[in-house]
Write a protein that binds this ligand. Structure first.
Ligand SMILES: Cc1cc2nc3c(=O)[nH]c(=O)nc-3n(C[C@H](O)[C@H](O)[C@H](O)COP(=O)(O)O)c2cc1C
Length: 336
């Protein structure tokens, strides 16, 4: 099954403050096949800032893509080169972020109004590196509802050599909505993404936005090449433990939540040994037991500020006791 599947079949979305290297390592304990994306990094931060801080990742994270925010072709090219040199498997250009800060920098979703500039950027990136250059965008901006707008955008960028498009299936409203509202308020229109795939069958079209269940993923894969999942994967990470089997026909790495937790504790200890503080990493794993008895108690212990200076294994012992305490209580109640 593996050989015939395209590398974009399933992915976890780039999410600022969330999909850092700790988060991606954690996700890798749950799924080996799913493609992972970094948070968006601006070209300015990369070219003038602390490159190792932005670019370092764990070898286990592959396949992993670097997402860039920027619009200057020369800067994008320089960053694409860095992405390749650092060992990323893909470099992705953000044309979907609606935040005001991003608009002031004239990139993100407002780039959809400038397909010529995006095409120049994509071409420059492709000339500068040998890894795939991909674009993540919306179906429209503001009140532009027509399919033609997104079709012309994709057509023009494809001519510049981009072969993979990740489409968040709602508009970005550039005025009056916060980034969070812009992920919830503009309506989802999956049919436009399906239409893109029909019109550009040679391109890899990945659908994103509002996908929750595995059945929804399977349904979308009937129409498009791939599905990208953001918030659901982050909040309900255990769901990913079934993805390798169901969507790639491969055994996944996660045998049980206990086994994932054990491997994650090893990682937290390494983080702590490097003097980086485990709570920064642990915050991404708080959903591990969601859906199981005692999940809330387990999460509460891990979130307790008073425990944040303890070694992770001591906190784990307390968290597990809290979780099992609830479970034992439930079992007793059931038996009674
Ligand atoms: C906390 C958060 C941060 C995000 N940061 C980015 C980002 O850096 N780059 C980007 O392209 N999209 C970003 N997004 C949007 C997601 O990648 C995705 O397109 C959106 O959440 C819709 O997918 P979902 O409904 O599966 O979450 C972010 C979303 C969230 C919730």
């Amino acid at each position: 099954m593996q050989e015939t599947l395209n590398p974009w079949r399933l992915s976890v979305a780039p999410m600022l403050d969330w999909t850092d290297r700790h988060c991606r390592y954690f996700h890798r304990l749950l799924t080996r096949q799913t493609r992972l994306y970094t948070e968006m990094v601006t070209t300015g931060a990369l070219l003038h800032g602390d490159q190792p801080r932005h670019l370092d990742f764990n070898a286990e994270e592959h396949p992993v893509a670097l997402q860039l925010g920027g619009s200057e072709p020369a800067d994008l090219a320089a960053c694409a080169k860095l992405a390749e040199r650092w060992g990323y498997d893909e470099v992705n250009l953000n044309c979907g972020c609606p935040s005001e800060r991003v608009q002031r920098g004239a990139f993100g979703a407002c780039l959809m109004a400038e397909p010529g500039l995006v095409a120049d950027g994509v071409k420059a990136m492709r000339d500068a590196c040998g890894i795939p250059v991909t674009v993540k965008h919306r179906i429209g901006i503001d009140r532009i509802e027509s399919y033609d707008f997104v079709r012309d955008f994709v057509g023009q960028i494809a001519e510049a050599g981009c072969e993979v498009f990740i489409v968040h299936a709602r508009n970005a409203w550039l005025q009056g909505l916060s980034p969070k509202e812009n992920r919830e308020v503009p309506p989802l229109r999956y049919e436009l993404v399906h239409q893109l795939k029909r019109e550009f069958p040679a391109l890899t079209i990945v659908l994103n936005g509002g996908i929750k269940s595995d059945d929804e993923i399977a349904e979308q894969l009937q129409h498009v090449d791939g599905v990208m999942v953001g918030r659901q994967a982050y909040h309900e990470p255990w769901q990913m433990a079934g993805w390798d089997q169901r969507f790639y026909g491969q055994n996944g790495p996660a045998e049980s939540r206990e086994a994932v937790e054990a491997a994650w504790m090893d990682y937290l200890e390494r983080v702590q040994a490097q003097g980086r503080g485990w709570p920064q990493a642990m915050r991404h794993a708080l959903g591990l037991w969601n859906g199981a008895a005692g999940a809330r108690r387990w999460r509460q212990v891990w979130s307790d500020h008073k425990l944040k200076t303890l070694p992770p294994r001591e906190v784990q012992a307390q968290a597990t006791a809290a979780r099992l305490g609830v479970q034992a209580h439930l079992e007793q109640a059931r038996a009674a």
